[in-house]
Design a protein around this ligand. Structure first.
Ligand code: CUA
Length: 345
């Protein structure tokens, strides 16, 4: 057994370590939040939402600080009669109650209502489709997003590409339960409701990748139902869309060709589509250009060869409860499929 003093030193070291880890996690969490923040707006409409948020925070801070100050002052003067500075004037204290209790709150709430519900709500509302340059359809699924470009064969998942600055009419619906499409830096939140089409204006002022999450509880993997919006130059967007619309490239290596055969002869093709092949199901995400996406399983894991192999091998271990079953394929079958899918650029 250790001497008591050493034991004690070890204890404080462990505590410091735990505190350090907690601080690290908090910082990492805050850094992660920064990527998906309503106060980091990148479109005209989210700029207004953020401005409204800061004004509300400012007003609430004044009220809070004022109330605490008055509470403190009343405690400090608990034995003195009357008001500070003016003394015992009944008419004045009644006026102050009317001003701070009714006058200022009514004016503040009316101004807030007018700005939020008459101005900001309109400027961030669903756009007139004629005022937009393109339409994108987004369909929520448990637990991923299907993305379609009307007028093009392009279908993808969890990644919405848009040209920088373009006003996009985003039409959202669902294949199953209610989800909510929300990319806080670019647009306000819209629910995807069965049998309905909700729209929102999607626009990015600057090129970049903007992250979002499903914002309506939709079942087991709600937290892993994320999406990203890639805002790029018009020429890069057009090149991307042309590639997305094309059929899948043919496998180039022997192992990838084996992988294609295994894919087509196993249960993979009963759920997925790979355009240009016999796989035409639309239960799971379209895999025609899977290798061009940056993540798998709705931003749960990166899209690199080891992660892809791990995903096919053990989808329920990576994302428990998701709709992709463990097919019990052999190791060689899994790596062949993985090689095939890795070539689908
Ligand atoms: Cu979809 Cu929560």
């Amino acid at each position: 057994m250790l001497p008591k003093s050493r034991d004690h030193r070890l204890g404080s070291k462990t505590r410091r370590c735990a505190l350090g880890t907690a601080a690290g996690c908090l910082l990492a969490g805050l850094a992660g939040c920064g990527k998906q923040s309503i106060v980091s707006p990148h479109s005209p409409q989210t700029h207004q939402i953020a401005l409204l948020w800061w004004w509300m925070l400012g007003a609430a801070t004044i009220v809070f600080v004022g109330s605490v100050a008055m509470l403190g002052m009343s405690w400090h003067r608990r034995d003195s009669p009357g008001l500070p500075f003016v003394g015992e004037r009944e008419d004045l204290s009644q006026k102050m109650v009317l001003l701070f209790g009714i006058g200022i709150p009514v004016v503040t709430l009316v101004v807030l209502f007018a700005v939020a519900n008459l101005y900001v709500i309109r400027s961030s509302a669903a756009p007139n489709p004629r005022s937009t340059s393109m339409t994108i359809n987004v369909i929520g699924h448990q637990w991923w997003w299907e993305v379609r470009y009307p007028g093009s064969q392009a279908v993808t998942a969890n990644e919405v590409h848009i040209p920088v600055g373009a006003r996009v009419n985003l039409v959202a619906t669902t294949a199953d339960v209610i989800h909510s499409f929300w990319v806080p830096e670019l647009a306000r939140k819209i629910d995807t409701i069965p049998g309905r089409q909700n729209r929102v204006l999607l626009q990015a002022s600057r090129a970049g990748v903007y992250y979002g999450s499903c914002a309506e509880f939709c079942g087991f993997q709600h937290a892993h139902m994320r999406m990203e919006v890639v805002a790029q130059s018009l020429s890069a967007f057009k090149a991307w869309l042309t590639n997305m619309a094309a059929p899948a490239p043919a496998p180039t290596t022997a192992v990838a060709r084996t992988g294609e055969q295994v894919f087509m002869n196993s249960q993979c093709e009963s759920c997925h589509q790979i355009r240009g092949t016999s796989a035409r199901a639309t239960v799971g995400p379209d895999l025609t250009h899977l290798a061009s996406r940056s993540t798998l399983a709705a931003l749960t894991i990166p899209n690199d060869p080891p992660s892809l192999t791990h995903w096919i091998n053990d989808p329920q271990g990576v994302k428990p409860g998701n709709r992709m079953p463990d097919l019990g394929l052999s190791q060689s079958a899994v790596s062949a499929i993985s090689s095939y899918l890795d070539g689908l650029h």
